[in-house]
Design a protein. Structure first.
Length: 394
């Protein structure tokens, strides 16, 4: 989460690896997996952790520290601690990722990446090429498998580092709902986790499955197929998105400058039509400008197209994240603010950058620059109270 502001003491490629990866993943609004502990930094630039009340539970002592995940956090240069602050994996790495599905990726140099379990046991003897790992955000497994590229061919390996589907594809997407889209001889199809082709490659391109359907392109138009490869919604769209909460956001490019979206159900029926600046549904609501061409209203609407939260004209979707744990962010008068599902805006907390949305403990983290140009990292609870803040000098 806060890694964009850290790890500046590392040099050369190792430093840039960490910085760029964290920029890529660090500002999406998702619930944190942090074991109820939150990273802070003191005036000396050392990192420690607070709990959800703002109490310091692991005192600042580390030159580098990462968020907790699955009970462990990478610290120092570079080992792992547990939630009591005890070192459980001896510092020995130049880089260490967060644990996911019981494993973490580590590197001792800029050549090869290894995989360790929670005891620190090396599972793959540093067999993953560092540059491949860098550009593919290697620590992101999907359904237990991640893509790997060898000699310009893609395959998949498991959490032990073992290649389970040999590199043979021209391109490959992550697994979703048991299937992955792969490119063979210029066309896209789908394989299962054994590598068996279950939908023959015949599409110009293909998206991952979501809620039982996947978007595919045929003759330069998008439609949707099911897991047998049967076309469920005929190709007809210029723009498509995955199904979310039973609806998919699609568009015909009637205008080349402004895109009006329709929301369709899984039969292809239009449920909501002609929405400007539309977004996907999350927690039952979506943002956009809805109504006829002569009277569009700005705000959040439900899956029937009813506007349930009307926003003023000085609010926009510039910083919109979608709802997570009951809250979304929107732009209001040039700053980001939180809004709940009743339409109540948390006006007392305005900020420049969202670091993490409200998690299951009701804690969010934001960054804001004050009138003197100081950047502050601020933790708040969902009652709008600041529980902890520190000045970020990096």
């Amino acid at each position: 989460m806060l890694n964009t502001f850290k790890k500046l003491h590392l040099k050369n490629s190792m430093m840039w690896l960490t910085l760029i990866i964290m920029v890529l993943i660090g500002f999406s609004c998702t619930a944190q997996d942090n074991d109820g502990l939150y990273l802070i930094k003191d005036e000396a630039g050392l990192y420690g952790y607070i709990d959800k009340t703002g109490k310091i539970v692991i005192k600042p002592q580390f030159e580098y520290a990462d968020d907790f995940s699955e009970g462990l956090a990478a610290v120092g240069k570079m080992g792992y601690i547990d939630i009591t602050g005890k070192i459980v994996i001896t510092p020995q790495f130049e880089f260490g990722s967060a644990f996911r599905e019981g494993v973490a990726f580590v590197a001792k140099d800029s050549e090869k990446v290894g995989i360790i379990d929670k005891t620190g046991r090396l599972l793959n003897n540093y067999t993953i090429d560092f540059n491949w790992a860098f550009f593919n955000q290697f620590f992101r497994f999907h359904e237990g498998l991640a893509t790997i590229e060898i000699d310009k061919k893609y395959g998949y390996f498991d959490i032990t580092g073992k290649i389970v589907i040999r590199p043979q594809f021209e391109n490959a997407n992550e697994f979703s709902e048991g299937l992955a889209a792969v490119k063979i001889d210029g066309s896209w199809g789908f394989i299962d986790k054994t590598g068996k082709t279950v939908i023959e490659p015949k599409f110009e391109t293909a998206r991952s499955f979501s809620e039982g359907l996947a978007a595919v392109k045929i003759d330069d138009e998008w439609g949707y197929i099911d897991k047998t490869g049967k076309i469920i919604i005929e190709p007809q769209y210029d723009v498509v998105n995955n199904f979310s909460e039973g609806l998919a956001r699609v568009a015909y490019h009637e205008s080349k400058t402004i895109c009006y979206y329709d929301y369709i159900d899984k039969t292809g029926k239009k449920i909501i039509e002609s929405v400007l600046f539309a977004h996907d549904f999350s927690e039952g609501l979506a943002y956009g400008k809805i109504g006829d061409a002569y009277k569009r209203e700005n705000g959040f609407f439900n899956n029937k197209g009813d506007l349930v939260i009307k926003l003023s004209d000085n609010c926009s979707d510039d910083f919109y994240t979608g709802f997570y744990n009951g809250y979304s962010t929107i732009e209001k008068s040039g700053k980001s603010v939180f809004i709940d599902k009743n339409g109540k805006i948390m006006d007392n907390i305005q900020f420049d950058h969202l670091i993490s949305c409200f998690d299951n403990n009701g804690i969010a983290c934001v960054e804001n620059k004050d009138d003197k140009g100081n950047n502050w990292v601020i933790y708040i609870n969902n009652k709008g109270n600041v529980i902890y803040k520190y000045k970020n000098k990096d």
